[in-house]
Design a protein around this ligand. Sequence first.
Ligand SMILES: [Zn+2]
Length: 314
Amino acid sequence: MKKLLFLLALYIYSFSDSHIFVYHRFGDPKHPSTNTSLEHLTTQFEYFKKNNYIVVPLEDILNKVRKKEDIPSNWVALTIDDSFKSFYNNGLPLFKKYNYPFSIFIYVEAVQRNFKDFTSWDELKEINKYGTIGLHSYGHDHLLKISKDELIKDTNKALKLFQKNLGFKPTIYVYPYGEYNKEIEDTIKTFGFKAVLNQSTGTVNKNSDIYDINRIALVGNTNIKHKLRYKTLNVNWIQPKIYPKNDILTKVIANVDPKIKKLKLYVTSHGWRDIKVKNGLVNETLNIKLKRSRTRIILGTDVFTISTKLLIKN
Ligand SMILES: [Zn+2]
């Protein structure tokens, strides 16, 4: 019996939650809130290497999600947003040294108009030899602040310039600032992307939604070991679906595994609280005022096994 339990534990450990990380700038201390120093990047890469993590192309994880196949939990994919020059100058040499694949998502307007600090189309062609390139919008707007028509225009413009300069169509879209709602998701889907990535802390497994793939941000001197402890808690979110109109979060309602009797609930700027679960139903009355226009609600069995609901005020 003991052996069986051990094997079961091993099985659960071996196939469940892969991790997709997102970086922004490299070796660029002028921007500490988005920067990863080369020293910290090396520490993270060494951690992967020494602890049996395999850095796979992003597509390998996404293909498993599409086929609803178990994903080995030692799989890690690395993504880079915004196409800052510091990736080309500082980050890329280290990725090459470790032979780690990556996917970079470009802010097309910044590339096209030669914004200071961003890569050029020629540099992207060079980058493309070692990793894949996807789309991170044309204008890098907060998508909830622009109209549906503007979002369509922005995406068309980005696709046209991307194709013209790189010679192929991007297949993956990443939301600017990780901000989206159902309507934005539906609009982006109409362009035929094969996957869409968010920036909500969480993992990716065979039950993940291919148009709503979690990524964990890595910045500064982050504890990579802790980030790799994240797992997905299966939650069917019922309420709230959108940011409440008067900023008052009245209730959180959700379905979870009926075996769960208690959970932790987190709300941005209100912290964690313990809540009870009855027959797989979370039905927690809160009546609290939301203070941030970008609020995360998290349900977890602990602070690592979680599901996140992101609410953005229009
Ligand atoms: Zn961005």
